[in-house]
Design a protein around this ligand. Structure first.
Ligand SMILES: Cc1cc2nc3c(=O)[nH]c(=O)nc-3n(C[C@H](O)[C@H](O)[C@H](O)COP(=O)(O)OP(=O)(O)OC[C@H]3O[C@@H](n4cnc5c(N)ncnc54)[C@H](O)[C@@H]3O)c2cc1C
Length: 494
């Protein structure tokens, strides 16, 4: 495909789930006052996937870009604060660890804190690294404020995604995005180069466009249905292909974190919102029947159910290209990684920002598409490795599912990271990766790994100096913690 003059003025978004309305809101804001038209077509009869409640911290950047105030956002979406994820049973039964946001300790002598910590462990020091991370301690005590006198408290949010989509819809419509209710029945292609020229609705209307953004969910109506882009599957390493979601009444004050509990054929989430808890069982249908999974989830709900079960099917992986011709797939239409680290909404956000940063004016250039796809697929692969690490290192062999997971092996890129960490204590990551040293350290060691070594610079402090620095860091965290009100108090003040 070579570049051909194709002015991009008419932007058509298919789908009105989180992906569609996040895209519409961001494009509406970015192109306000420009000669572009933005239309979003969605079908109430088809509906949305209806799940997706936990996020990662960069969601705040997206809301800041839209100038949506945090308090307004939390009120509108019945949101709560998320300081990390409590993993229960992943490192063996009765084992629990916390994957926090924020940082473990501080960099010292130019290297990450965990190298000093590994030296401390080797000398028989107390193994609890919680007191060196404010977010872990705040989660333990159920406390939160956006910042202390010393700096920010790193956090994401847990929210009602349908309410977020409603908030963004009214935002986008205010910015001139036109919503079209209707069902896309046909996608028309240019016979010369296969670009999409128009959508035909089932009531006979047509919608012409220059750039089409496929937010149609798992079906990938444009990217797959019309353009047959192909799908890269990762189910060998991530065999869960089903989920049952069911909200229930909250019990007690909402915790400022998400829970992930190991189950016989996968894991169960619990996400506390202000007005209810979200729950779900993610499992492999090759190892557990759907009815049985639903019965198990019901029996383990912490409160009375508030709705019927929502059954979902998926395949871990992504489209072979996220941008194909004049179509870009965002959200579930582009790919899916199970919600173990709550990364799907984040991938929507980064795909929108990447597309906006490369948005063509007068020509869709194949080099731009190649760069976009390279970066987008790299991002998927890095997050995939992080998610697989939880499974691959889980200390479980008590059911056929967990034995099959243990036998599945690792992608080369993850095997390299794990080996490097085991042998040297180094965490291999690239600037811009969503998960940095604290995240990898928390998960790898939480799942039971103990590196055999650490960075030589960590030997540069005397035992006394190291003990003094650790005490100073612990003291600073304790001081900050004392400033934080209870999480419920923070929510009440909204
Ligand atoms: C079990 C599970 C748990 C999850 N948990 C999390 C989580 O905790 N955190 C997180 O970040 N993400 C999570 N996700 C992912 C998250 O739900 C999605 O990324 C997010 O909801 C975006 O979905 P979407 O907008 O791409 O698709 P959908 O919500 O499916 O929306 C598709 C839209 O396309 C429209 N459409 C489809 N076909 C047509 C047609 N022919 N004509 C017109 N319109 C059409 C539909 O009407 C709908 O509006 C989870 C996903 C699953 C499956």
């Amino acid at each position: 495909m070579s570049a051909r003059a194709r002015p991009v003025r008419r932007i058509v978004i298919v789908g009105g789930g989180s992906a569609g309305w996040m895209t519409a809101a961001a494009f509406g804001r970015a192109l306000a006052g420009q000669p572009h038209s933005i239309a979003l077509v969605e079908s109430e009869a088809i509906g949305t996937v209806g799940v997706g409640e936990a996020t990662v911290p960069p969601i705040h950047e997206f809301n800041r870009y839209l100038k949506i105030d945090q308090a307004e956002f939390l009120r509108a979406t019945h949101g709560t604060i998320k300081l990390g994820i409590a993993f229960e049973g992943w490192g063996g039964s009765d084992h629990r660890y916390f994957h926090p946001f924020g940082y473990l300790g501080v960099e010292m002598s130019g290297i990450h804190f965990h190298h000093f910590w590994l030296r401390h462990l080797a000398a028989g020091g107390d193994p609890d690294h919680g007191p060196y991370n404010l977010e872990t301690m705040a989660a333990r005590e159920g406390r939160f404020a956006p910042a202390t006198r010393h700096g920010p408290v790193h956090h994401a949010v847990q929210f009602d995604a349908a309410a977020y989509a409603r908030l963004l819809r009214s935002y986008a419509e205010d910015k001139g995005v036109v919503r079209i209710e209707g069902k896309v029945a046909d996608v028309r292609l240019d016979p010369e180069d296969g670009f999409i020229t128009a959508l035909a609705l089932d009531d006979g209307r047509t919608i012409d466009g220059d750039l089409f953004i496929d937010c149609s969910g798992f079906r990938g109506l444009l990217i797959e249905g019309a353009l047959q882009t192909g799908y890269t599957e990762w189910s060998h390493w991530l065999p869960c292909d089903s989920a049952i979601a069911m909200p229930c009444e909250g019990t007690g004050d909402p915790a400022p974190f998400t829970r992930s509990t190991v189950r016989e054929a996968g894991w169960q989430w619990r996400i506390p919102l202000q007005h209810r808890d979200g729950n779900g069982y993610v499992y492999s249908s090759a190892h557990l029947g759907h009815d049985e999974a639903e019965a198990l989830l019901r029996s383990r709900l912490p409160g009375a159910p508030l709705a019927d079960a929502n059954r979902l099917r998926f395949v871990a992986g992504h489209r072979k290209a996220i941008w194909n011709r004049n179509c870009v797939a965002i959200g579930l239409a582009g790919g899916f990684l199970e919600p173990l680290e709550s990364t799907s909404i984040h991938l929507i956000q980064t795909t929108i920002i990447r597309l906006l940063s490369l948005l063509p004016r007068d020509a869709i250039d194949p080099n731009v598409i190649r760069r976009f796809n390279r970066d987008a697929l790299h991002e998927y692969a890095v997050i995939r490795d992080f998610v697989i690490a939880h499974y691959a290192l889980a200390n479980r062999d008590d059911t056929p599912f967990w034995r099959d997971v243990a036998a599945a092996g690792l992608p080369d890129s993850l095997a390299e990271r794990i080996e490097a960490f085991r042998a040297t204590g180094n965490i291999l990551f690239e600037p811009g990766d969503l998960f940095g040293p604290t995240n990898w350290y928390a998960v790898l060691t939480g799942q039971g790994m103990r590196p055999q070594s650490w960075h030589p610079i960590a030997d540069g402090l005397s035992d006394e100096e190291l003990a003094t620095r650790l005490a100073t860091l612990r003291g600073r965290v304790a001081e900050q913690l004392a400033e934080l009100p209870p999480h419920v108090e923070f929510l009440r003040r909204l």
